[in-house]
Design a protein around this ligand. Structure first.
Ligand SMILES: [Zn+2]
Length: 531
């Protein structure tokens, strides 16, 4: 990755939070590496060197600064424009670290030689794959020491050190202090009850939190998720343990505050990484806005509410199920169905916040009788087929390396069309360029009549078409509810699924949940597409 030294220098001297995590600063005089927003007095230019990643600075022999805490930076932007191999490798490392077999195994999964992979990493991130994985591990250990009351032996396990001795030695080597000394230095922590954690996850501003909630609120599955008073909360299940979390915004500090309740400390890394992905915290707004601004319509919207993110999901299977439920009906109707599905087939969960169930697992849905919740026979079979594909390992939402293969496998399932597949790709795989180009809402927002025109127009938004889709959806939602305040999430009125097969289906299906205005907009669209 080429760092623009002038940009880095300006960002460092002005402590610009938009650049936080996009590069790190090695300071020769102190031997530490810092974030661009470090509160310490800036060093002279001749005494600093810029690195594209924390791992690169660590490899060059610098220690993490104890004031700006590089482990708290928003991290490497999700999509650097680096070759796919590097992005895919980073995704695998953040999902499960460098597993047994190390770099060799990672390279094999990616279908490249390990020497080639090392070279790519050095070229784009300034550090080897193992250095990147090691730095992430170290950073997470430091975060747990600072932000939790976990016993050090649990911190060692949760951050993947395997044993306390290696953990102690690793921390001492990097920080020149023992874990206990570091914990004493940490700013005051609010004491959390057992199995409860408070994490602060940073992002690069701006972040349109209201826009995120306005999207999530009408889609929140009753009993499983809720959006209340500016907070999003939900139940979760991972590696056999259950829990829940709540996310809210601390705007002044550019962080999302996560309150997590979960019994198994070893899952903390996966959970926080998933939450980061779900709320699109690695997004690099400065890069996104550059290409969206080239479109006059988007430029206005981007300036009107900057920082809209692409909502990810907690669990890919759940999202795909939810997308199928949403086919042919309104968001409101789909949410009601999802709630009935959760209460009928999900594991009960007790929480003081009114969350009552975990979302049903693929194992349960694989042969569930779904007619009772009001699903058509065809939809029910699609959901069962999806669940079976996940159960037998034909389809996996983790460690997806090739999104085309993933898309094809999804579309093999009868009842999943291109729209649903692209939508799942956009939200479950975090593909910033995924784009449901058959979507009615998008066509309507741009006043276009067919997919070809839309794809042509969208070409200039690459590789950020998913963000453009979010803005266009938001604009159609606001037009539909002009009078409602943005801070109050409203049910968005666009249809959730409009693949070409789905369009034919509209003519036959008169869902009782489809309201009059949507019916007429669908018929209008059908007329247009028949011309
Ligand atoms: Zn610093």
């Amino acid at each position: 990755m080429e760092l623009d030294l002038q940009v880095c220098s300006r960002a460092r001297l002005t402590r610009d939070p938009r650049f936080d995590g996009k590069f790190f600063i090695g300071v020769f005089t102190s031997g530490v590496y810092c974030r661009s927003i470090c509160p310490a007095p800036p060093a002279k230019e001749k005494n600093v060197r810029y690195y594209p990643t924390a791992a690169a600075a660590a490899e060059a022999g610098f220690r993490p600064c104890l004031r700006c805490r590089p482990e708290c930076s928003p991290g490497t932007p999700a999509w650097l424009g680096t070759p796919n191999t590097v992005s895919r490798a980073l995704r695998l490392i953040s999902e499960s670290g460098l597993e047994e077999g190390g770099v060799e195994a990672l390279a094999e999964r990616l279908g490249v030689g390990s020497r080639h992979l090392r070279r790519l990493f050095l070229q784009h991130l300034g550090a080897t794959p193992s250095a990147v994985a090691k730095t992430r591990q170290m950073h997470f250990a430091k975060k747990l020491i600072d932000e939790t009351n976990l016993r050090m032996s649990d911190v060692a396990l949760a951050s993947g050190f395997g044993c306390v001795r290696r953990f102690n030695a690793g921390i001492r080597k990097v920080y020149h202090r023992t874990p206990t000394q570091i914990r004493r230095l940490a700013r005051q922590r609010t004491l959390q009850p057992e199995n409860q954690y408070l994490f602060r996850l940073r992002f690069r501003p701006p972040y349109d939190w209201n826009g995120m909630l306005a999207f999530l609120a009408p889609r929140a599955t009753p009993g499983v998720e809720a959006v209340v008073n500016g907070c999003y909360r939900r139940t979760i299940s991972l590696n056999g343990s259950d829990g829940c979390f709540e996310v809210s915004l601390d705007e002044a500090s550019n962080v999302l505050v996560v309150r997590l309740q979960f019994g198994e400390p070893r899952s903390l890394f996966s959970i926080t990484e998933r939450i980061r992905a779900m709320f699109d915290l690695n997004a690099d707004w400065a890069a996104i806005v550059q290409s969206l601004r080239t479109d006059p319509l988007l430029a206005t919207q981007v300036d009107f509410c900057p920082g809209l993110r692409v909502p990810g999901c907690w669990n890919g299977f759940e999202l795909a199920t939810r997308a199928i439920l949403g086919q042919q009906i309104t968001v409101k109707g789909a949410t009601a169905l999802a709630g009935r599905m959760a209460s009928g087939f999900g594991k009960p969960f007790s929480s003081p916040d009114g969350l009552t169930h975990l979302f049903p697992t693929p194992e349960v849905l694989a042969d569930a009788k779904l007619a009772g919740i009001g699903l058509t026979g065809a939809r029910a079979e699609t959901i069962r087929a999806l669940a079976r594909a996940v159960c037998v390992g034909r389809l996996s939402f983790d460690g997806v390396l090739d999104s085309d293969v993933f898309l094809n496998r999804l579309c093999e399932i009868s009842g999943i069309g291109e729209w649903t597949a692209q939508y799942v790709c956009m939200r479950a795989l975090g593909q910033p360029d995924a784009f449901p180009s058959t979507d009615l809402g998008l066509l309507r927002a741009l006043n276009l009549s067919n997919r070809k025109e839309l794809e042509h127009r969208a070409d200039r938004w690459r590789p950020w078409r998913a963000y453009a889709a979010m803005y266009l959806w938001e604009s159609s939602a606001t037009t539909a509810h002009k009078k409602s305040a943005r801070s109050e999430p409203q049910v968005c009125g666009f249809l959730e699924a409009t693949s070409s097969e789905d369009l034919n289906y509209y003519t036959e299906v008169r869902s009782r949940e489809m309201d009059q205005s949507l019916c007429s907009s669908v018929s209008r669209h059908l007329e247009l597409s028949r011309r």
